[in-house]
Design a protein. Structure first.
Length: 624
């Protein structure tokens, strides 16, 4: 059936809620609502139902269950958590909440603090793999994670409370609905745990490194007229995490009394207006992300503040039923202030990037969709950069999609890399750049859905830290006190295969599984990149044993890998099993419980860091 490429926001809501809708609609691939099958890209969609049924508290844990992603957490809940998408570095994946960047502009490489991102008021999470700078600009080398919170629809309220091992307590409440011309969504959560020692207990560390978290989110849309709507969104997290360090006199990794405070506020304000009978959609928005981090030992020994402000315009023009043009302009200002007790003066810096982009999407012969796009960014620090994207999706048969795309990505040097005492003293840093391509297919046969993707990406000008230990040079003479500096040198390659399968085996039994085979290497040394497994796999089985009772099991496997680029420290493979169950007492009240790491696998996720052992949790949720 021939379909228009442009779907208005109202049409998207109707499409998603229609019981008979056969397609998954996504917004991240093209920044416009599209059926997934026409985007030509490899994506995963994590729904709110999946998060709830599998009893997932931390978004990074949900991301780790999707193909191509490795999640690395330094110990228990609340410790630093990174995602490595298709072998990319942590700061090379862009993370959004309702279209607002939550990558921390004050972090060393500008990564998102995913350890503080809990599943709070989420409608779905879209995971877009591969370089995506044409539409998203800097930081989208590995891909994009877009967390979309709930808003609108029928009035609904839900709340849940749980507790369990490590003195864990978690309370979450969310409401969404529609009041006349106002769509709303809001949620708040509180999480506290004593957790485990960040430094592995097998090395004699016994002090728990606890975690306290509060989060809130709001999402409003006011339909002012038939052609004008106003959006206001907010995302806030505040957390305190205890961690371990390297105290004297041994300076080995062990229990300490250090802790950190992290706060992040992301705001969005925008207006949407349509003209030409709905064929021309316009969006004007301003977004701000404020990050504030401190760490404490006996006294505050580190502080960092970062701000990312973006003004953007996007237009979407439907030329006819088969052709859509998207275009836009953005200006982005970032700033950093950081200091340690050892600094003579605080580190201060700022940067501005201005960007223009355009994308054309056309449908040919009813079953072939082609997409092409280009972007130009002008950075105050490193100059201009051009990105591109080409994609094709073909449905030769009902239920069959063949797809391919090629695109480029870049990551501007972080403010810390540019302006800290470890900045390059002789040469301006260049942006990290990447080119990636993929080809694959999706097949639906009755209740079975299968996907196969081959991908490859090459990254150049990777930024690394150069150690001046034992080195005599002009640059090291200028960085003698710091012991080194950031520089462009590394080139890397990542390629592999992703396989995903979902099947409704019976009316009550559902199976999902995926496998990733990743071959990556630092092209300067030929060695596998640190902490990237060659093999990883996930599987989950959910069985509705009774009308009121659902039970399930989940397994996550991460293969062996090396903790460091030089391959001096190996990390064992790990397989962790989770068992979960939920029982409906009434239509409005449900009891649930789970056993995490049921097999008790204590393999270190990072050398020297501990992993939680077997843990038990139970709780109750209600829906109104």
């Amino acid at each position: 059936m021939h379909r228009s490429l442009l779907l208005s926001s109202a049409a998207l809501a109707a499409f998603v809620s229609a019981a008979a809708a056969p397609e998954t609609v996504v917004v991240s691939a093209t920044r416009t609502p599209q059926p997934l099958e026409v985007t030509g890209t490899s994506m995963s969609v994590i729904t709110a139902d999946a998060v709830e049924s599998r009893q997932i508290d931390i978004v990074a844990d949900a991301l780790a269950q999707t193909p191509g992603i490795t999640s690395v957490r330094n110990g228990g809940v609340g410790q630093n958590a990174d995602i490595l998408m298709r072998g990319a570095e942590a700061g090379q994946t862009l993370v959004l909440v309702d279209g607002v960047r939550i990558n921390d502009p004050s972090a060393t490489s500008g990564f998102a603090l995913l350890g503080d991102v809990l599943a709070n008021g989420i409608d779905r999470v879209e995971v877009l793999r591969g370089p995506q700078s044409t539409l998203y600009g800097s930081d989208a080398i590995g891909g994009v994670v877009n967390i979309i919170t709930a808003r609108g629809g029928a009035d609904a309220f839900k709340a849940e409370a749980e507790g369990g091992s490590f003195d864990t307590q978690h309370v979450n409440a969310a409401a969404s609905g529609t009041l006349a011309s106002l769509e709303y969504g809001a949620a708040a959560d509180y999480f506290v745990t004593n957790s485990i020692s960040a430094a592995d207990s097998k090395n004699g560390n016994r002090e728990p490194d606890g975690y306290h978290h509060f989060g809130a989110t709001g999402n409003l849309r006011w339909q002012a007229t038939d052609t004008l709507s106003i959006d206001a969104r907010a995302w806030y997290t505040r957390a305190r995490d205890s961690f371990d360090g390297y105290p004297p006199p041994a300076y080995t990794f062990q229990d300490t009394h250090q802790y950190g405070d992290n706060a992040l506020l992301a705001l969005y304000g925008g207006a949407n207006f349509v003209v030409l009978d709905g064929r021309f959609t316009n969006r004007l928005a301003i977004t701000t992300t404020d990050a504030n981090r401190t760490t404490h030992d006996v006294i505050e020994d580190f502080a960092a503040k970062g701000r990312d402000t973006r003004l953007e315009y996007q237009g979407v023009f439907e030329l006819d039923r088969a052709n859509e043009l998207s275009f836009g302009a953005e200006t982005r200002q970032t700033s950093l202030t950081s200091s340690t007790i050892y600094d003579a003066a605080p580190t201060r810096g700022s940067d501005r990037i201005n960007g223009l982009y355009a994308q054309w999407q056309t449908a040919l012969f009813e079953h072939l969709t082609l997409t092409s796009g280009a972007r130009y960014d002008d950075d105050r620090e490193f100059g201009g950069h051009t990105s591109y994207k080409l994609a094709a999706a073909w449905q030769p048969l009902d239920g069959t999609t063949l797809r391919a795309n090629i695109g480029s990505g870049f990551k501007a040097p972080s403010l810390y890399e540019l302006f800290s005492p470890y900045s390059n003293p002789l040469t301006k840093l260049k942006p990290e750049t990447a080119t990636g391509w993929e080809a694959g297919g999706d097949q639906t046969l009755g209740p079975v859905e299968a996907s196969l993707t081959y991908f490859e990406r090459r990254t150049a000008n990777q930024i690394d830290f150069f150690s001046c230990f034992g080195v005599s040079s002009a640059a090291c003479a200028l960085r003698a006190m710091q012991g080194g500096y950031y520089f462009n040198v590394d080139r890397s390659r990542a390629r592999g295969t992703e396989i995903a399968l979902a099947a409704d085996v019976t009316d009550t039994l559902k199976l999902e599984a995926n496998y990733t085979n990743l071959s990556d290497a630092d092209l300067a040394t030929g060695l596998q990149l640190a902490r990237r497994p060659h093999d990883s796999a996930n599987g989950v089985v959910t069985w509705r044993a009774l009308v009121q009772l659902t039970v399930g099991a989940e397994v996550a496997f991460v293969g062996s890998r090396f903790d460091d680029p030089g391959h001096f420290t190996a990390l064992d493979g790990a397989a962790r099993v989770k068992l979960f169950a939920a029982y409906d007492l009434t239509d409005a009240v449900q009891l649930f419980g789970r056993i995490e790491n049921a097999g008790g696998d204590r393999s270190e996720p990072v050398a020297g860091y501990g992993a939680p052992g077997r843990a038990f949790y139970a709780g109750m949720r209600t829906r109104l």
